[in-house]
Design a protein around this ligand. Structure first.
Ligand code: PGA
Length: 254
């Protein structure tokens, strides 16, 4: 059965995009002006350098804009870093935290992710907290233990529907064109939902659970109709308006 949680279709542009790319963003916003934007939230997490300009160029209150990381501290001597308050200041509403690319390339631990989630919540942003297992863990049947621990350690004591969204992104599915079978996604999302309810009771049951990893317009309808999947986190396919809107379309068919 589908949950009653409001779906979120979120794009992650990663380290892609200069001011020229705002043409695609405008096309996404324009596409959402129709009834596509009505029964789900749409978000694009941009490189921080583009957020301000993006907000000036889109005339649309149905497309949220977010960042892709923030520092755990409010401010200070952290050359090159960006605080949650800075993202909020330029108009971001969300921030992706603990993406596997940051966990791998920047050695981010779940404890660090948790500190960042706290900073994001403090600044009034919604944190999209990513978890997901590598291939060897999956192949030895350790997925639930692995992501259960990540979930537990990456989240602070108080979370709710407004300040946290969870994205389950199997690392082997990111950018690979491979996705888990619907039954596998259903099993993981049921597990995550149960964990959140166990820890946070009613507040936990309202938290949205996104699936991420090779979502495209062709597989979106199947994936988004799985029980406890409340939306998607989309990398490659969010860079083109037609692909992103094609994925959003899935919500009109479910
Ligand atoms: P992908 O990336 O859609 O290109 O697989 C997803 C992600 O990394 O969030």
């Amino acid at each position: 059965m589908k949950s009653t949680r409001r779906p979120l279709v979120a794009g992650n542009w990663k380290m892609n995009g200069t001011s020229e790319s705002l043409t695609e963003l405008r096309a996404i916003a324009a596409g959402l002006n129709s009834d596509r934007g009505q029964n789900f939230d749409a978000l694009i997490c941009l490189p921080a350098t583009l957020i301000w300009r993006a907000l000036e160029t889109i005339e649309n209150d149905k497309l949220y804009l977010g960042g892709q990381d923030c520092h755990y501290a409010e401010k200070g001597a952290y050359t090159g870093d960006i605080s949650a308050a800075m993202l909020k200041d330029v108009g971001a509403t969300h921030v992706i935290l603990g993406h596997s690319e940051r966990r791998a390339n920047h050695f981010e631990t779940s404890e660090l992710v948790k500190a960042k989630v706290q900073a994001a919540c403090q600044a009034g942003l919604t944190a999209i907290v990513c978890i997901g297992e590598p291939l060897d863990v999956r192949e030895t049947g350790g997925t639930l233990d692995y992501i259960g621990e990540q979930l537990d350690r990456s989240l602070p004591q108080t979370v709710n529907f407004h300040n946290v969204v969870i994205a389950y992104e199997p690392i082997w599915a990111i950018g690979s064109g491979k996705t888990p079978a619907s039954e596998e996604i259903a099993k993981v999302h049921q597990f995550l939902h149960d964990q959140l309810v166990r820890r946070y009771a009613l507040a936990g049951s309202a938290i949205r659970l996104l699936y991420g990893g090779s979502v495209n317009p062709t597989n979106a309808q199947n994936i988004l109709s799985v029980a406890n999947v409340d939306g998607a986190l989309i990398g490659g396919a969010s860079l083109r308006a037609s692909d992103f809107l094609g994925i959003c379309d899935a919500y009109r068919k479910i």
